[in-house]
Design a protein around this ligand. Structure first.
Ligand code: SER
Length: 873
């Protein structure tokens, strides 16, 4: 059975039982409490907890890509050293939101495992939570009680993260046979590999809050998860996931790159170096995670999710280094991942070249420092071993991290292999000094709004209707008012900020790029509130307001959208045109990595490995303007997602699309989009790229303007040109600037000549000391110092004093070399400065002073010479 068959069998089985099939959600969840999607249940979290209403049907199934690296479920350090751990894997699951509970969940799982997958009952075992008599009694109907084992919280209580849905669970195990596994831990319940857990049935009953308390979920629910890779291994008769057909194309690629051989578990003999095999597995596993994360728009970064991605890549690179590789290689394995997994995940094929390039650039960066880092590591390790120390200095681990880019877990990994560990206390101390950034992005980043009264509003009113595609003004009723903490209130007083729920609203909620609508609320002709922003919360379209009068629930109001909406729409439509132009000029790998659409500018971030050239930028700008001039009308259609994809509509990762989608077309640009657009591209007016820059490695940003902002941009540019023409007194500014440049060049040349001439300038020799006393025009005091330094370098014995004059101020700079005992620069300039009505001083060999009285310069020069002659003579 092929992987895809198992996946399809699973989904078909549960669909036949009435479950709705959901697509794999993005690896980056819309959930600040999670680093990555780490289980199939993540996309249903808010349904379990009752934040959003239960869908119809109330049972679901999916095959979900998951990442377990960083965060609560972190398998990173095990990968490579066990037969079954992965950073990225696929989880098959079925879910019930208050429909069925333990009885059916167990019955379905049992039927699927024994009838569909065909496992013999004689190899199956189960665990349950020690307190779960109900599960015990149900299991007894299917399996001999001697095969049921009760376990504690550690093994049989599952939770998504530190907070969120959780509950006791029951796991199904397959006995892989005593003939292959006969270690001490290979008994049921032991740590050995003989009994392999394949399916976890979670009886979701609680939600854990921030304080750690458990509160019951609105309805007892089911969340199950079965690791696809493990099932593939069992069905292919392999004892190691890495030995299956899923990984063999990757192992072959690594064999080709390294010239080493990967031995499957059944081929291993005692001379096979274990470490080499582990390195193969690490590289193969990590290549999959890196490929999917990059393809889904995560980029290498110094913090947050992008830093976890970097850690995974660097761990893989270090294992390549162990296999003898000294230049980028992982990108080639990533190419193999795209080819083998792209048949199911087509975006891997689409983005293959771009992610290979992105990966290569990042690898090259690490290869630059890995050699030095490894030397530092090895030197420290040797010194530890000499001194019989057990822990690796935190300061060195920090230096490896900070200077050589070795993530802490990489250093820990390297030490684990030789039985040592890092002194974490001193590492942390160093880290504290340089504020830890790795989690800053996602950890606890305010989920507080999710505590609001949303569910109550949804059950009372349902989702309110949006009529803003056709209306910018509406007569509406205030269904509900919320204070600034999203708690329902009966009224808002003059000056208070809060939120309003209108029964039908013309205000567009921020989504993707475009900012939310602003406007006003009126009662009769009185303005009673300023609408500051509009956002969507769990399907509710809420406008943030500042009350300018008294607002009460059930008030009849008139809602008016601000005219800035039209300028936002222009920038939004221009963003679609830009997106397409980028793909046409740069290639199909372009995917949106961020977008902001405002009244007077747009910002579009996209993945692309290098800075855009001027030619590329011009070609993009021209293409967008051509689409504007072409007067393409807007075509807005609703259709099934499959139909939209077949039409070639561009869709975004991370965006949740329902089955029925809205498709916006302007000429060749076809995009899934719920936003507001111009009726015809001609309304955009014109489009200018204002700036191109880098956001992070592999992500570029374009900022542009159109509509009224483009007019302003053009006007500002023309105004500057007019001012320039006036200043240059030349209608042709290019010619004017060229003249100016020539004049500047001449002036510089003259100044240089003056500096050069200094050597040949007047000097006298007194007792073989060169004496130079000069007034220099068009020379700054700073340059006088340079001249003095130069003269000192070129002479053994010299006394030089220069008087320069800029902006009405006189500067005296003097240097002495070889005769400081006879004449001191500090004393010399002081005396000369006095004549000029100034003061100064300095060291014996160099000194500066200032003066005011420019009429006495000649006198000052004479005095300087006199003093020098007297002292040197
Ligand atoms: N959430 C559970 C797990 O990940 C079952 O899907 O194991």
């Amino acid at each position: 059975m092929k992987t895809k068959d198992i996946r399809a069998l699973f989904l078909e089985y549960f669909a036949s039982k009435g479950h709705k099939v959901y697509d794999s959600m993005p690896l980056v969840p819309d959930d600040a409490s999670l680093l990555f999607t780490n289980a199939g249940m993540v996309q249903f979290k808010d349904i379990f907890t009752g934040k959003i209403p239960i869908p119809t049907p109330n049972i679901a199934t999916s095959s979900q890509l998951c990442i377990r690296a960083g965060g609560k479920h972190n398998d990173l350090e095990n990968v490579g050293y066990t037969a079954r751990h992965h950073t990225l894997f696929e989880m098959l699951g079925n879910f019930s939101f208050g429909a069925y509970f333990k009885e059916n969940a167990i019955a379905y799982a049992w039927e699927f495992v024994t009838k569909i997958l065909g496992f013999d009952k004689s190899v199956l075992y189960v665990t349950i939570h020690e307190s779960d008599d109900e599960a015990y009694n149900i299991w007894c109907k299917h399996i001999n009680p001697s095969r049921i084992s009760r376990m504690g919280d550690k093994d049989n209580f599952w939770q998504m993260g530190d907070t969120g849905p959780c509950g006791p669970c029951s796991e199904i195990f397959v006995d892989q046979g005593e003939e292959f596994f006969n270690g001490e831990e290979d008994y049921f319940g032991g740590d050995g590999d003989r009994f392999l857990e394949i399916w976890n049935l979670v009886f979701m009953q609680y939600e854990r809050d921030k304080e750690g308390n458990l509160k019951p979920l609105p309805k007892p629910s089911i969340d199950t998860g079965m690791g696809l890779e493990r099932v593939v291994a069992l069905l292919e008769g392999k004892h190691n996931n890495f030995d299956t057909s899923l990984f063999s194309p990757l192992m072959q690629k690594i064999e080709k790159i390294t010239g080493e051989k990967y031995y499957r578990d059944d081929e291993i003999h005692k001379n096979t170096p274990n470490a080499t095999q582990a390195s193969f597995r690490v590289i193969a596993d990590h290549a999959r995670a890196v490929a999917f994360l990059l393809a889904q728009g995560v980029n290498f970064d110094k913090e947050g999710r992008g830093y976890v991605l970097r850690r995974i890549l660097r761990r893989a690179v270090r294992h390549g280094y162990l296999l003898g590789l000294r230049k980028a290689f992982l990108y080639e394995v990533i190419g193999a991942v795209c080819e083998s997994m792209g048949t199911h995940y087509s975006y891997l094929i689409e983005r293959k070249n771009a992610i290979m390039e992105q990966c290569k650039a990042e690898e090259e960066r690490f290869f630059e420092t890995i050699e030095s880092g490894m030397s530092l590591f090895n030197a420290e390790l040797a010194s530890m071993q000499n001194n019989h120390e057990k822990s690796f200095k935190g300061e060195v681990a920090f230096k490896l991290y900070d200077t050589y880019g070795f993530p802490l877990d990489l250093t820990q990994d390297m030490l684990r292999e030789v039985g040592f560990s890092v002194d974490l206390k001193s590492f942390e101390a160093c880290m504290q000094e340089q504020k830890s950034r790795s989690k800053a992005h996602w950890k606890g980043s305010g989920d507080s709004l999710k505590e609001g009264d949303f569910n109550a509003l949804l059950s009372e009113f349902g989702e309110n209707s949006f009529i803003g595609y056709t209306h910018t003004q509406a007569h509406s009723t205030l269904l509900a008012l919320l204070d600034s903490h999203f708690t329902r209130v009966e009224s808002l007083q003059n000056g208070q900020e809060g939120y309003v729920l209108l029964d039908s609203t013309p205000f567009y909620p921020e989504s993707g790029g475009p900012v939310g609508d602003k406007g006003i609320l009126k009662i009769d002709s009185n303005v009673v509130a300023q609408v500051l922003d509009t956002q969507k919360y769990f399907g509710l379209n809420l406008s943030k307001i500042q009350a300018l009068g008294i607002l009460k629930t059930k008030d009849k109001i008139i809602a008016e959208v601000d005219s800035s909406r039209f300028e936002i729409a222009k920038h939004h439509s221009a963003t679609h045109l830009l997106h397409l132009a980028l793909r046409k000029i740069l290639g199909n790998h372009i995917t949106q990595a961020g977008s902001l659409v405002e009244e007077n500018r747009l910002r579009f971030d996209f993945s692309h490995p290098k800075a855009l050239t001027q030619e590329e930028l011009e070609a993009i700008q021209t293409l967008v303007n051509a689409q504007i001039l072409n007067q393409n009308p807007q075509v807005c259609e609703n259709m099934e997602i499959a139909e939209a994809k077949a039409k070639g509509a561009m869709a975004l990762f991370g965006e949740k699309y329902g089955n029925n989608v809205r498709v916006i077309t302007f000429g060749d640009s076809i995009e899934l989009c719920g936003g507001i657009h111009v009726q015809n591209t001609a309304e955009i007016g014109s489009f200018y790229i204002v700036r191109e820059s880098s956001v992070s490695s592999g992500v570029r940003r374009i900022e542009a303007v159109c509509g009224a902002a483009a007019y302003q941009y053009g006007k500002n540019a023309l105004d500057s040109i007019r001012i320039l023409k006036d200043t240059l007194k030349n209608q042709d500014i290019i010619q004017g600037v060229a003249k100016l440049q020539n004049a500047l060049k001449e002036a510089k040349e003259q100044a240089n000549k003056a500096k050069q001439n200094i050597k040949s300038l007047d000097y006298e020799e007194i007792n073989s000391t060169k004496l130079i006393v000069l007034k220099l025009d068009s020379v700054e005091a700073k340059e006088a110092k340079e001249i003095i330094d130069k003269t000192k370098n070129e002479n053994e014995k010299v006394a030089i004093l220069l008087i320069t004059q800029t902006n009405g101020k006189v500067a005296i700079t003097a240097g002495i070399k070889g005769v400081e005992s006879l004449l001191k620069a500090g004393v010399w300039v002081k005396e000369v400065a006095q004549i000029l009505g100034g003061n100064g001083g300095g060291r014996d060999d160099f000194a500066t002073a200032g003066g005011k009285d420019t009429s006495k310069i000649t006198q000052a020069l004479d005095l300087a010479k006199e003093i020098a002659r007297k002292n040197l003579g």
